[in-house]
Write a protein of this length. Structure first.
Length: 395
């Protein structure tokens, strides 16, 4: 991630933008930050400092041009650096711009359709600095819709041995009513150990049909090499996994499973058994875990019958990740990676609260998800460092 000498990086800039008011000081500060970031990016593109003569130089500086850039705190007048070869294009704020367009388009739809509050109307004027036309809204939405469609239909060219799936519920206006809709998200770990966003969709509810359609679309796009699916224990989803991905193991999210087990215990005077269960769920050796589970079931089956029944019934699915050496990675035992993504979605979604339609939800949340995906793609860090045994197994 680009970082300039006064130690403000892109995440800090996003935070400033989110929390600043519409005032001249904030605009001036942001203008300075964006200009310096673009200058730094041009230096990196050219691969040479000012007045430096080195063989590694890609191009040379060729002045600047002015460009207006609309943000949540108003319009900024930026100075965009150019290179002599004409190939340089600043990208430091592209992902921010996409998210901003998605949020702006959603708010504008609310404004145009007459379903917004006075506050939303005021925010729209602040965002744009002036009144906007329906054609401007259409231009924004067409651009974003095309981007979302292209991303969701892109071919999957690597192997994805592990995928994570989950649902969060959002509010969408439909036929004069506000309904709860299921937003499905699927993430993957590719054969290099890197995270990727694979797909997302909106449905009326989480069901066998909604999951089957989404999983089948992954197969149609070229999903190969799948070994393990990590998800919650929703019956429709689990059935869809088994029907679409024959011969693939299923890992029940261990965090959700542990909560289910704990919920079967009384709230008072159960500290001892709770501590024993915590030790069990921290164990990543399958034989030791089975022994601990059997001991707990044997000793507490009469006193805590519902808890031991739940534990015994769900144990094997909850410990699939450590059943063989090749998949024994703690990051595969739960959907925690998705939970962190969901929290980022919630942070942006609360600005809108109620989406005017399903497409608007796809547009805004999709832009946020693609932003996260591109952040993972640009990172040099692996999410999972595979052992040699795993690498051979995946081959």
């Amino acid at each position: 991630m680009t970082q300039i000498n006064f130690t403000l990086d892109s995440e800090q800039i996003q935070d400033i933008i989110s929390n600043s008011g519409a005032n001249d000081l904030a605009k001036q500060m942001l203008t300075t930050i964006f200009n310096q970031l673009m200058e730094k990016e041009r230096d990196e593109y050219i691969n040479a400092d000012n007045y430096s003569r080195v063989d590694e130089r890609v191009s040379s500086r060729n002045g600047y041009y002015e460009r207006s850039y609309t943000t949540r705190i108003g319009r900024l007048e930026l100075i965009i650096p150019r290179t002599r070869d004409g190939e340089f294009s600043p990208s430091v704020f592209e992902r921010y711009q996409r998210n901003e367009k998605a949020l702006l388009a959603t708010m504008l739809e609310m404004y145009v359709q007459g379903v917004s509050t006075r506050k939303v109307s005021k925010v729209v004027e602040e965002l744009c600095g002036a009144s906007v036309s329906k054609s401007f809204v259409s231009t924004l939405t067409r651009e974003l819709d095309s981007m979302i469609t292209s991303f969701l239909n892109r071919p999957l060219e690597r192997n994805y041995p592990f995928i994570f799936s989950d649902v969060l519920y959002i509010k969408v206006r439909e036929n004069q009513r506000v309904l709860s809709k299921a937003f499905h998200v699927i993430l993957g770990i590719n054969d290099l150990g890197e995270r990727e966003l694979l797909s997302f969709s909106v449905s009326d509810t989480e069901s066998y049909d909604s999951w089957k359609q989404l999983y089948t679309s992954l197969i149609d796009r070229g999903l190969t090499g799948l070994k393990l699916v990590i998800s919650d224990a929703h019956k429709g989803e689990v059935t869809a996994i088994r029907d679409v991905f024959g011969g693939v193991a299923w890992q029940r999210c261990q965090v959700h499973f542990m909560r289910n087990v704990f919920d079967k215990l009384p709230r008072k005077n159960t500290e001892t058994i709770r501590d024993e269960l915590k030790v069990l769920f921290k164990t990543d050796n399958i034989e030791i875990a089975r022994s601990l589970k059997n001991s707990i079931v044997e000793r507490y089956s009469e006193k805590y019958a519902k808890m031991t029944e739940c534990l015994d019934e769900g144990f094997e699915d909850g410990f699939q990740y450590c059943s063989i050496e090749e998949t024994n990675y703690s990051r595969l035992k739960s959907t925690n990676m998705l939970e962190r993504v969901n929290s980022e979605i919630r942070r942006r979604e609360k600005v809108v609260r109620i989406f005017p339609n399903e497409q608007s939800a796809l547009r805004l949340i999709g832009a946020v998800l693609i932003d996260i995906h591109e952040g993972w793609q640009s990172s040099s860090r692996q999410y999972i460092n595979f052992t040699e045994a795993t690498k051979k197994w995946l081959d």
